[in-house]
Structures are given as structure tokens and as C-alpha cells.
Design a protein around this ligand. Structure first.
Ligand code: C2E
Ligand code: MG
Ligand code: MG
Ligand code: MG
Length: 291
């Protein structure tokens, strides 16, 4: 699980296991109280439809406001939570909080689907399906409003076990999304069997789009493959208008990235939604007309 957690953590795991462990033990101790002390918060990052610029949904990203260390990155504390058996509890909190927000937004007249990130450890929780049902019911949220993102490499770890969980969630109506696609080793036959509805192209391919024809070829091929399998394609980490234009031309369905919005606290998200009014970025409309 360390490998999906960004460069810094990756290095710590590889080079100084013991030294890292002391820091991790300390972090783990603080993390145990984070929920009760209300130090956790969900941020939300919009995903926009590439053709119309309409809001397609938001991704919930966990934030930890540590009393002494300030904001701690999930790339740092999620691996610790996984390693020390805390991810189950954190994951349930995220799930509940995400559903609570969908309900709040609905009552304010906004129906915004929410995507939560799910760790492989949660897939091994025998009662995950039950917990998902409970969270949806508690907040009276239809299952189709919930997307669960699973990192590609992680989904591949324990294929048969994950497949059962995915099928159960799919049957409830929860949508499954394959996160960071292109960084793992999915076999095509496995991709075909997964009940996924969505595939998120990893940021590393998006980043090189405006400079590398290879990256364009890869994205183009991934979009074709995904569409042939009936999956929607989301590009993550879109930072420039050029990248957005290319992705729209390659028929990517949804775009997410700092170009449009950073992950935001709930009140900032609502403010952002109000401010943009009729949600059609002109450049993408122009591209659609050119096609
Ligand atoms: P992810 O699910 O792939 O989320 C995307 C990450 O990319 C987020 O980092 C987001 O802030 C960042 N990002 C979005 N747009 C851009 C962009 O245009 N440029 C750049 N450079 N970065 C962008 P964040 O919030 O630090 O989260 C990192 C990872 O931590 C997530 O990657 C996810 O794997 C994990 N994570 C976050 N929240 C949760 C959670 O509630 N549960 C679990 N299990 N994992 C989580
Ligand atoms: Mg994600
Ligand atoms: Mg991602
Ligand atoms: Mg990622």
C-alpha cells in the first residue's frame, strides 16, 4: 500500500523502515483520537463534464487538522491508518460524512454525486456492504449518488476477494471507479470482469499531454478501451487549458484538476458553485463545435 501514497512516503518505507516507524507510531497514536476530537474534515473537488462543463460530481478527499502539526496530507496518514488497523474506522467516517453532505446538498436543491476513496483493507471488512447500506439509509441517499474509487494497483492485489465486494456494491447500485489507472498492472480480462462504471486516468499521463505525443496516444487508447467496455473516463490532475482541450478532443468524459478547482471545504464548494453560474467553459464549447 505504500507505493500508491506519493513520493515522500514511498521513500520513507524503502529507505528507513525503523526510523519511519517511530514517527508512524506517534502519528498512529494521534490518529486514534482524530475522529473523536473532530480533527477530520472532508474536502470536495469538482469533476466537470468535458463536453458541457456541467458539474458531474465531487470527489471527497480526507483532511486531518493535527493540533500541533497543522494539516497532514492523506498521502502521509492513510498509509499509517492502513498499517495500524485504523482505516476501517476512518473509512466508515468518510462514507458517513460523504452521505451526510449529499443529503444536505439535496435539501439545498443540489444533487451532487460524491466519490469516496476506498482502501483495500476496507474491501476485506466482511461487513462493508452492510455498512454502505446503513450509511445510505441513515442519510436517505440513493445508491447511485455514491461512487467508490479504488486504486488500480490495490484492486488487483486480491482479485477474487475484491471482485465479490465489487459485485455486491454494484448490485446495490453503488458505482465503482478505478482510480489512478495506468499505474497498476490490470490485465484486460480482469478489467472486463470488473463491474466498474468509471476509470480515472492517472495524473502522470495528463501531466505530459501537452508535451508528449506518447502520452496522447496512451490516453487516446485508454479512452477507446474504456468506452468499448462501457466505462466513463475521468482525467485527474488537469492543470492547464491545453490539457483540458486535448482531453476533450480525445473524448474524455469528465475532467478534474486544479485548472477548475482545488479540493475545497464544503462552504467554499457552495460558494464556488454559486459564483460560476451557468457552468459552460467557452473553450470546451468551441472545441466541441470544431469536432
Ligand atoms: P487520489 O484519490 O488519486 O486523489 C487525487 C489527489 O490529487 C488529491 O490529493 C488531490 O488533491 C490531488 N489533485 C487533484 N487535482 C490535482 C491537480 O490538478 N494537480 C495536482 N498536482 N494534484 C491534484 P490528496 O487530497 O492529497 O489525496 C491523496 C491521496 O490520498 C488520494 O489520491 C487518495 O488515494 C488518498 N485519499 C484521500 N482521501 C482518502 C480517503 O478518504 N480514504 C482513502 N482510503 N484514501 C484517501
Ligand atoms: Mg481518488
Ligand atoms: Mg486518483
Ligand atoms: Mg492519485
Amino acid at each position: 500500500t505504500a507505493r500508491r501514497a506519493g513520493g515522500g512516503v514511498h521513500c520513507i518505507y524503502e529507505r528507513g523502515m525503523d526510523r519511519a516507524s517511530a514517527a508512524q507510531v506517534e502519528m498512529q497514536r494521534d490518529l486514534r483520537h482524530a475522529v473523536a476530537r473532530q480533527e477530520l474534515q472532508l474536502y470536495f473537488q469538482p469533476k466537470l463534464r468535458a463536453d458541457s462543463g456541467e458539474l458531474a460530481g465531487v470527489e471527497a478527499l480526507l483532511r486531518w487538522h493535527h493540533p500541533k502539526r497543522g494539516m497532514v496530507s492523506p498521502a502521509e496518514f492513510i498509509p499509517v491508518a492502513e498499517r495500524f488497523g485504523l482505516i476501517g474506522e476512518l473509512g466508515l467516517w468518510v462514507l458517513d460524512e460523504a452521505c451526510r453532505h449529499v443529503r444536505l446538498w439535496h435539501e439545498a436543491g443540489l444533487d451532487i454525486p460524491v466519490a469516496v476513496n476506498v482502501s483495500v483493507h476496507q474491501l476485506r471488512q466482511p461487513d462493508l456492504e452492510q455498512r454502505v447500506r446503513e450509511a445510505l439509509k441513515r442519510h436517505r441517499v440513493p445508491a447511485r449518488m455514491l461512487i467508490m474509487e479504488i486504486t488500480e494497483s490495490v484492486a488487483m492485489e486480491d482479485i477474487e476477494a475484491s471482485m465479490r465486494v465489487f459485485d455486491m456494491l454494484d448490485q446495490i447500485g453503488v458505482r465503482l471507479s478505478i482510480d489512478d489507472f495506468g499505474t497498476g498492472y490490470s490485465s484486460l480480462s480482469y478489467l472486463r470482469r470488473l463491474p466498474a462504471r468509471q476509470l480515472k486516468i492517472d495524473r502522470s499521463f495528463v501531466r505530459d499531454l501537452d508535451s508528449s505525443l506518447d502520452a496522447q496516444a496512451i490516453v487516446e487508447a485508454v479512452v477507446r478501451l474504456a468506452h468499448a467496455l462501457g466505462l466513463k473516463v475521468v482525467a485527474e490532475g488537469v492543470e492547464t487549458q491545453d490539457q483540458a482541450d486535448i482531453l476533450a478532443q480525445l473524448h474524455c468524459d469528465e475532467l478534474q484538476g486544479f485548472l477548475f478547482a482545488r479540493p475545497m471545504a464544503e462552504h467554499t464548494l457552495l460558494h464556488w458553485l454559486q459564483q460560476r453560474g451557468k457552468p459552460v467553459p467557452p473553450t470546451q464549447v468551441r472545441i466541441e463545435k470544431e469536432l
